[in-house]
Design a binder for this molecule. Structure first.
Ligand SMILES: Nc1nc2c(ncn2[C@@H]2O[C@H](COP(=O)(O)OP(=O)(O)OP(=O)(O)O)[C@@H](O)[C@H]2O)c(=O)[nH]1
Ligand SMILES: [Mg+2]
Length: 260
């Protein structure tokens, strides 16, 4: 993981947070460490530049995040997968459907672009895009900065879409209550066997893109068996964000895990 691959060196690097402002819905907050430039145009980006040494403080920052989420009765989920497994597509549909029932917010991480934030953003959904530059994972401080740029009033569920990577995000506690690992039908049934740490850390595994499994010759049963072998602790839901199959089970999972 990061210690071995070298990406976790304790060096300062920049985090750029984009938050979308809908007047009357989102109120940006500038902190002592963050400099905010607010554009008065509706739905225009708020840019916050921050620098910090992140890795050494991760556990402390994760504990602070967890405390904040608990105090606000927010269910925080960390979604991890290889690139393209369907995280953003699932979240876009989830905020349209489940998000009408319980207010959701999203922090999304990518190396570059705010494409995913733009895809997920709705007037009723505060979204912050973290661009990590070269870092192949989110850490707890980045999440704190993203969350700090959002208005969390009445928010019950915070989705954290991690950088697409099946290796390094496994090492970083973000303060989430639930870690969700996605495995898509386009990736091959053996990924849980090849990348066990991230699956072992999961509370929930989503087998995604089931609508194309048959045409790809993806063996859903074999994939499910591999997940159960590596991650017997995890719940497993098969779904397609495109066809809608399995989404009711996903929404039920969210409802069941809402803090009282
Ligand atoms: N057939 C099918 N395609 C899907 C489904 N979900 C996502 N896709 C497609 O898969 C591609 C990647 O989806 P994204 O939602 O961007 O994946 P991601 O995990 O957010 O990707 P990164 O953020 O880059 O890691 C897109 O072309 C989606 O349209 C699904 O349920 N079925
Ligand atoms: Mg995405």
């Amino acid at each position: 993981m990061c210690v071995e691959c070298g990406c976790g060196k304790n060096v300062p690097f920049g985090v750029r947070v984009l938050s979308y402002l809908a007047p009357g819905l989102l109120k940006p907050r500038a902190t002592a460490e963050a400099v905010a430039t607010v554009n008065p145009e509706p739905l225009s980006p708020l840019t916050v530049e921050v620098h910090a040494s992140l890795l050494a403080k991760n556990d402390l920052a994760a504990a602070r995040n967890r405390g904040l989420f608990a105090a606000r009765r927010i269910l925080a989920l960390n979604l991890v997968s290889s690139p393209g497994a369907g995280k953003t597509t699932l979240l876009s549909r989830t905020v349209d459907e489940f998000g009408r029932e319980h207010r959701c917010a999203v922090v999304v991480g990518d190396l570059e672009t705010d494409n995913d934030a733009r895809r997920i953003h709705r007037p009723h959904v505060p979204v912050a895009q973290i661009t990590t530059g070269t870092a192949c994972h989110l850490d707890a401080d980045m999440v704190a900065r993203g969350v700090g740029a959002l208005d969390l009033a009445d928010v019950r569920v915070l989705f954290i879409e991690n950088v697409g990577n099946l290796v390094c995000p496994a090492s970083f506690d973000l303060g989430e209550a639930v870690r969700v690992v996605l495995l898509s039908a386009t990736e091959g049934e053996d990924k849980p066997l090849k990348y066990p740490p991230i699956f072992k850390s999961a509370h929930l595994v989503l087998l995604t893109k089931t609508d194309v499994a048959a045409v790809l010759g993806f063996d859903l049963q074999a994939a499910a068996d591999n997940i159960r072998r590596v991650a017997p602790q995890a719940q497993l839901i098969q779904l397609s964000a495109r066809s809608g199959d399995g989404l009711a089970a996903w929404y039920d999972f969210l409802r069941t895990h809402l803090p009282p």
